[in-house]
Design a protein around this ligand. Structure first.
Ligand SMILES: NC(=O)c1ccc[n+]([C@@H]2O[C@H](COP(=O)([O-])OP(=O)(O)OC[C@H]3O[C@@H](n4cnc5c(N)ncnc54)[C@H](O)[C@@H]3O)[C@@H](O)[C@H]2O)c1
Length: 320
């Protein structure tokens, strides 16, 4: 089978890892080019991938590729994805697909008229925990409450966007993916601590059937925290995404006499799985595992959250 000719756009923190995955999938992917603007990163790219072209503009190699990974800052996604789709190239775009609802609407118009595959990098969907808990989460007695924490000490990265686009988007997407209940309304507040954008956000979603979700995200936290907790009349389940553990406390007592059951789950290479799905979709003309609609819905929830943070009032959600 003909190999898929690939470019990776952005050789920064995450772009380097995407490049490794392209190189590791050489049986299906031909690594043609790295597009990077910053000279020092170009230099590093040349050193680490001596057989790959390194250029500073996608236009220089557009006719040499079939598909591209967009791993540049979020503020650049819209223009790059739009350009690639217009040229009928398949695109894997790191989350978020774009910056706001207006850009999302423009991308939808282009993507819906193309055969090219569009996959969005909502990598948090690939935790094995979700497979273990899938049927449980989709059959929860209502009402139920969900609480999600995602915070880390300041790293100085992704400061071109608010913490909502950088971190909360993972959890806004997970809520749609895991619970199959539409959010009706968002309220939110936050703090600008180290940058002129929101560095901390408290987000409250009302779902259908009187269920609620609280998401707390921060990029100026005192410690690393990534967990999700679900509580209903059936008990509590907590997933610690940092230590890869599931804790369960139902109304029963467990075999060892305790009231809390602890289970570990395997840590997966999410990026590798994303690459494998992308190549598979292109090779077999199959829809992307996480596609346009998922990307647009996540961007809409981000947009609603940011409006709620500015106005401190409730914002209605209208998903596609
Ligand atoms: N899925 C995840 O868990 C996850 C994790 C981290 C980052 N991300 C996403 O990945 C993207 C990149 O994040 P990062 O941390 O690697 O950022 P980064 O700033 O470390 O790297 C971005 C690179 O893109 C380059 N660049 C900027 N504009 C460009 C252009 N027009 N063409 C080519 N190169 C260009 C920059 O010089 C830089 O080297 C962001 O959208 C972020 O949200 C996703």
């Amino acid at each position: 089978m003909k190999k898929i000719r690939i470019a990776v756009l952005g050789y920064g923190h995450l772009g380097k890892w995407h490049c490794q995955k392209v190189a590791a999938n050489s049986e299906v992917a031909e690594f043609v080019a790295i597009v990077e603007k910053f000279p020092a990163n170009q230099e590093e790219a040349r050193k680490n991938h001596p057989n790959v072209k390194v250029v500073s503009d996608i236009k220089d190699i557009i006719n040499e590729i079939d598909a591209a990974f967009v791993v540049t800052p979020t503020s650049t996604h819209f223009e790059l994805v739009k350009y690639l789709l217009e040229k009928n190239k398949s695109v894997f775009c790191e989350k978020p697909l774009c910056s706001n609802d207006d850009e999302a609407a423009a991308l939808a118009l282009i993507a819906n008229n193309k055969d090219a595959i569009l996959q969005v990098g909502h990598s948090e969907r690939f935790h094995e925990a979700w497979e273990k808990l899938r049927s449980h989460f989709q059959n929860l007695p209502t009402p139920f409450s969900v609480r999600i924490n995602r915070s880390a000490p300041f790293k100085g990265r992704a400061t071109d966007v608010d913490v909502v686009q950088d971190l909360a988007i993972h959890d806004l997407d997970l809520v749609l993916y895991l619970f199959k209940q539409k959010p009706l309304q968002v309220k939110a507040n936050g703090f600008k601590i180290r940058t002129n954008k929101w560095d901390h956000a408290n987000i409250y979603l009302n779902l259908e059937e009187k269920c609620d979700v609280t998401i707390v995200v921060g990029r100026n936290s005192v410690k690393e925290m990534r967990d999700l907790e679900v509580i209903s009349k059936d008990g509590m389940i907590t997933v610690d995404l940092f230590t890869n553990k599931i804790y369960e406390a139902t109304s029963s007592k467990y075999e060892d006499g305790t009231f809390v059951k602890e289970e570990s789950y395997a840590k997966r290479d999410h990026l590798l799985l994303e690459h494998q799905h992308f190549y598979q979709s292109i090779s077999h003309s199959q829809p992307a595992i996480i596609g346009l609609k998922d990307g647009l819905n996540a961007v809409h929830l981000v947009d609603c959250t940011l409006k709620a943070m500015e106005t401190l009032g409730p914002i209605s959600v209208k998903l596609g």
